[in-house]
Design a protein around this ligand. Structure first.
Ligand code: GAP
Length: 454
């Protein structure tokens, strides 16, 4: 297997494939881009959608103790005052006096015990100062202090401030959760590693409310559930790591936090945090708003503020992990003995942007084309399919290998009965990973593919 030699080689190839095949583009590219912002092309959009849909299915639809919500990105400024973000959601920043780079003080290399600028190597740096990561904006026509708010830096706060409403309408009893997927914004000092650290990104968050005595046990439960999720989208157990945050590094209100990490080509990095946040957030909002955010326990007839366990994942980071895990190169030899390198994205079929390519063997044979188009009609609506009639069949397979399409259906002369009745109305299904082919009846195709992509 001709794997890319080093992590940075591999990452370069992945970034180039992402652009070439339309997974990810630089935002506003024709104007020189906008640092930390990305656009997803057709394949990337499908990949993200599959990921979000599967998260929603696992976390909401397959459970009876979780409901969903979809909060606004702009909220009353007081939300961010009460949550602590306005005062404390900061990173330490320094400036390099030599090259004027703006740098995160906690990520600097050291030389002889002194912090060094990673851009020019200078040791002449300013003292660290706190830089708030929230994007400030104004609501309405006046740009004064009273109109200030922020683009949300996490989706979680909308869940806390709607806790009471959702409790009432859903009539759930503890323990129960509220799930949300949506955009979040952070004015990161150094966006880097492609989409890994962006200024605009999406989160998938669950706030799972419980009795105080169950918090620690539920933290362990959610850690295992989330690891199962990552394995079920195709990330191997070996590529996943659990980092227990030492108590002294946890937020002051947290009674335990795990980071779920993945082996990216640029190092082992966080995919998700699973945190036991106690009753901190609901308490803060109850105090600041003066509105009750407690829970009435009918059995004990007691009122109390629920505790919460929060699995909080990044959509973009997970999509990047899926691409990195799927990327492979292998040397294959064709029937004529010619060797070439095949680039293939080995996505789990559940995550693959396109599930099935459909090809007529020849584009100038009306019967082959008609049959292939009928198969597209049969599959469309049930899965993402891609019709392709241009180029040699081997080339069409390779194009789909690079897009990560797990199955390719070819309509050939056997299908239309030109070689006798035995194989009429059957097609070859080619498997992306093994490149093996098998013959399947057209009428069984939907079920055959359907059970493999669920
Ligand atoms: N509500 C808790 C919270 O927001 P976090 O660890 O700051 O916790 C959760 O963020 C997840 O959001 C991270 O594990 C990561 O996947 C994603 N995330 C955070 N900042 C990000 C960024 N700048 N770019 C991409 N994803 C980010």
């Amino acid at each position: 297997m001709a794997q890319a030699k080093s992590g940075s080689d591999r990452m370069e190839k992945i970034v180039s494939l992402c652009k070439r095949r339309g997974f990810v583009f630089q935002s506003s590219e024709i104007y020189g881009g906008l640092n930390g912002c990305w656009d997803y092309g057709p394949l990337g959009t499908e990949l993200k959608r599959n990921l979000k849909d599967f998260w929603w299915r696992r976390m909401v639809r397959e459970r009876d103790d979780v409901v969903g919500m979809d909060g606004s990105i702009l909220m009353n400024r007081q939300v961010w005052v009460a949550s602590g973000h306005e005062n404390t959601f900061t990173d330490p920043m320094v400036d390099c006096r030599n090259c004027k780079s703006r740098l995160r003080a906690d990520q600097l290399p050291e030389k002889n015990g002194r912090k060094q600028c990673p851009v020019c190597g200078s040791l002449d740096l300013t003292e660290p100062r706190a830089f708030n990561l929230m994007f400030k904006t104004y609501v309405g026509a006046t740009e004064d202090e009273s109109a200030i708010t922020y683009l949300r830096p996490e989706t979680a706060q909308a869940i806390f401030v709607q806790f009471r409403n959702i409790l009432e309408v859903s009539r759930k009893k503890l323990p129960f959760g509220i799930a949300q997927i949506g955009k979040a914004f952070r004015n990161e000092i150094n966006p880097r590693n492609f989409t890994f650290r962006s200024r605009e990104f999406e989160q998938m968050e669950l706030e799972y409310f419980c009795r105080p005595e169950n918090g620690l046990e539920l933290l362990e439960y959610w850690l295992q559930e989330r690891l199962r999720f990552y394995r079920d989208i195709g990330l191997s157990s070996e590529s996943l790591h659990v980092h227990k945050i030492p108590p002294e590094e946890c937020a002051h209100y947290s009674k335990g936090t795990y980071d779920i990490e993945f082996e990216f080509p640029f190092g082992i990095q966080e995919l998700e945090g699973v945190a036991y946040r106690t009753d901190y957030d609901l308490n803060q909002h109850q105090k600041a708003s003066g509105k009750p955010l407690d829970y009435f326990d009918e059995e004990s007839k007691q009122h109390f503020i629920p505790h919460v366990v929060e699995p909080s994942a990044g959509v973009d980071r997970t999509a990047l992990a899926l691409i990195c895990a799927a990327y492979d190169e292998e040397v294959v030899t064709d029937e004529k003995g010619k060797s070439e390198t095949r680039t293939v994205l080995r996505f789990h079929p559940r995550m693959a942007p396109i599930k099935c390519g459909v090809f007529p063997l020849l584009k100038n044979n009306e019967l082959l084309v008609r049959q292939a188009r009928e198969i597209v009609d049969q599959l469309r609506g049930k899965m993402m399919v891609f019709y392709d009639e241009t180029g040699a069949i081997g080339r069409r397979y390779r194009r789909q290998d690079e897009a990560g399409t797990p199955f390719a259906v070819t309509v050939d002369f056997d299908t239309i009965g030109e070689n006798g009745p035995a194989l009429r109305d059957t097609v070859t299904v080619r498997h992306r990973d093994s490149m093996e082919q098998e013959r399947i009846a057209i009428k069984e195709l939907t079920a055959f593919l359907g059970e493999r992509i669920r």
